[in-house]
Write a protein that binds this ligand. Sequence first.
Ligand SMILES: C[S@@+](CC[C@H](N)C(=O)[O-])C[C@H]1O[C@@H](n2cnc3c(N)ncnc32)[C@H](O)[C@@H]1O
Length: 265
Amino acid sequence: MSVAPGIPHTVKRKMQNPLHPAGSTTAEVTPPMHMRAFARRLRNDAVRAIKQRVLRHAVASLGHAVRTGRQPSPRLLEQLVYGWDNEAWSATSSFLQAVIEWLPRTTGTVVECGPGISTFVLASVAAVSARRVHAFEHNRDWAERIVRELPPGLRACVEMHLTPLRSCGDFDWYSLDELILPSDVGFVVCDGPPGKTRGGRYGLAPMLRAYLKPGCIVLLDDTQRPEERQIVRRWCDELPACVIEAGENYNVLSIGENRPPVIQF
Ligand SMILES: C[S@@+](CC[C@H](N)C(=O)[O-])C[C@H]1O[C@@H](n2cnc3c(N)ncnc32)[C@H](O)[C@@H]1O
């Protein structure tokens, strides 16, 4: 850096920085690195504690709402997503609303591919009618976080299957080799495996088909993405399957039944 002749270096820096009060230098007002890191950690811990309280409160309110037959408000569902603190990857409140509306219209075992905050919602609704939720997850840390944070009453309804993604020909999907799964699945939430998986979520229909009851309802998230729309088309071509509701970012499909579809491809 060149310094104007006759002006001391520190004074010049002070003059160049209008954010610092007169008489101070950058070195005088900037806290040392370890203090900034400490302050950042304090702030992050405080935000995490607030989010955990929001989550606990929202889960309790959701449980109360479903037990008393009331629809949870969109704000409550947004609080769940906020409290879970994984917004970029979480189901939206409108998808969670669809889960709450559709699950009680079905019977039998519930399956979830790609658990998260959606598992809290599924378990809250399933608990009312003593139904079990079988969740498939390939990532151990993620599966453990969900099981750790579910309240005991909800944890009791959820069977978390930690199972690797494996090659099934031209796509990858959760391995069902070690799993004992009832063959009366009536409701599936499909929000995994992650989009970058070979074949995306396509594997659900070919791999799970033998376990599905006729008329099984599948909620597929993220249908605003071309990849998910392509998967819906393949399912409808290859199975008896049709879309019976199309939300902004999800589709509801009926598998194994020939009903009039709401979307024609
Ligand atoms: C779309 S996420 C599932 C979200 C879940 N249904 C929810 O509502 O919270 C699909 C998969 O992505 C992975 N995943 C979740 N959060 C992630 C993150 N922050 N970064 C990377 N992978 C993540 C997990 O393996 C999860 O099963």
